[in-house]
Design a protein around this ligand. Structure first.
Ligand SMILES: CC(C)=CCNc1ncnc2c1ncn2[C@@H]1O[C@H](COP(=O)(O)O)[C@@H](O)[C@H]1O
Ligand SMILES: [Zn+2]
Length: 347
């Protein structure tokens, strides 16, 4: 391993934007394919390799293939444990995983059981001594409409109360071109009022200024992507001002946006816009399996693209601690970062 690779692997990191089924690695896919040979799924159908680009629509098709492979309780338990172990092996010390409880008929289990299974995976990893703290966000798929969104919020609230703080919030994701955020406002508002933290995919595609305006008024606790918020890309100063007023952190996923073609190249990524403004910006992976990446690689890419030093990247990873939805862990994480610093910079 080259010295720079090693630095980014060893750098303690916080991952705040990771969709469970988008994070399934090649080796886990192989295990799933072996369990289900009749599906005739090859790895080329579950990942977008280096140099490849897809439309966002094609990316969602890839996720559908993965969903076909991950369709039982055993699969979900295995996938969640593998994903947690992989993030830990990559130097991630705190992970917020998110996943959408799927319809019973596609998994043979209730949505409640789906969430319980992911929670079980988190607990098992903890008991096995995997060196990572994991929290969970229950995801609302915007394609499923207002009623399902409200049910999901109730489910998330129940789990927030019954898991001793493992479920910390709600994610809004799914195909951004389907539906309108206005229909989901009551559910999101309810989530916020009952104490769930909100991370919303916002302005992931162009021409959603109206929706973003509406959702920013809630306001969310973090923003996923926010690719088209700023005026240079068709957003507006008023959107930027709203984000800045609340100091709402952005979860930025470079490879995801470049491979999904919402951003034309790494150097054009909106990371720079927000970073230069000193706005809380957290580098994340989104779907490390689909996009064949990991968080170390994303940090390294940001550093090389924007000419940032190892010291800058250290600060970026340290500041991410303050953007987590687990305030009870933040002091402990800061301590861990301080303890790890000397080995990293060989002081
Ligand atoms: C389509 C793609 C890979 C691009 C990245 N951009 C995304 N935008 C919105 N929602 C997403 C994205 N990636 C993953 N998701 C959500 O995460 C789900 C997969 O993880 P899970 O089943 O919730 O555990 C998808 O069905 C989708 O609802
Ligand atoms: Zn996402």
């Amino acid at each position: 391993m080259e010295e720079a690779d090693l630095f980014y692997r060893q750098l303690p990191k916080v991952e705040l934007h990771a969709h469970l089924n988008g994070s399934v690695s090649f080796s886990t896919i192989e295990k799933l394919v072996a369990r289900k040979p009749h599906l005739n799924i090859e790895h080329g159908m579950t990942a977008i390799r280096s140099g490849q680009r897809r439309t966002l629509d094609e990316c969602f098709q890839v996720l559908k293939v993965i969903h076909q492979l991950v369709d039982t309780e055993e699969d979900i338990l295995m996938v969640a444990k593998d994903v947690i172990r992989e993030f830990a092996a990559d130097g991630v010390k705190y992970l917020e995983l998110r996943s959408t409880p799927r319809k019973e008929k596609t998994t043979g289990m209730t949505k409640r059981r789906y969430v319980e299974t992911v929670i079980e995976a988190i607990r098992q990893c903890k008991n096995e001594g995997v060196d990572i703290e994991v929290r969970f966000l229950v995801a609302v798929d915007r394609r499923n409409g207002a009623e399902v969104a409200m049910e999901t919020v109730k489910l998330a609230e129940d789990f927030m109360l019954s898991t001793g703080g493992l479920v910390v919030g709600l994610d809004l994701s799914g195909d951004p071109t389907v539906g309108h955020g206005r229909d989901l406002l009551p559910a999101l508002q309810k989530a916020k009022n009952c104490g769930l933290k909100l991370s919303l995919h916002l302005s992931e595609v162009p021409s959603q200024a109206d929706e973003s305006e509406l959702l920013l008024n809630i306001p969310p606790d973090r923003i996923g992507h926010g690719t088209f918020l700023h005026p240079e890309v068709g957003g507006s100063q008023s959107l930027v001002d709203k984000v800045r007023k609340h100091n709402t952190p952005l979860e930025l996923c470079l490879t995801s946006n470049v491979k999904g073609q919402t951003v034309s190249s790494y150097s054009q990524h909106h990371f720079l816009y927000w970073y230069q403004m000193g706005h809380p910006s957290v580098i994340c992976t989104d779907d490390k399996g689909v996009f064949c990446t990991d968080l170390s690689q994303e940090y390294q890419l940001a550093a090389s693209t924007f000419n940032l030093s190892q010291e800058d990247m250290w600060t970026l990873s340290q500041k991410a601690i303050d953007c987590t939805f687990a305030p009870d862990l933040q002091q402990q994480l800061h301590q861990k970062w301080l303890e790890l610093r000397p080995t990293l910079f060989q002081l």
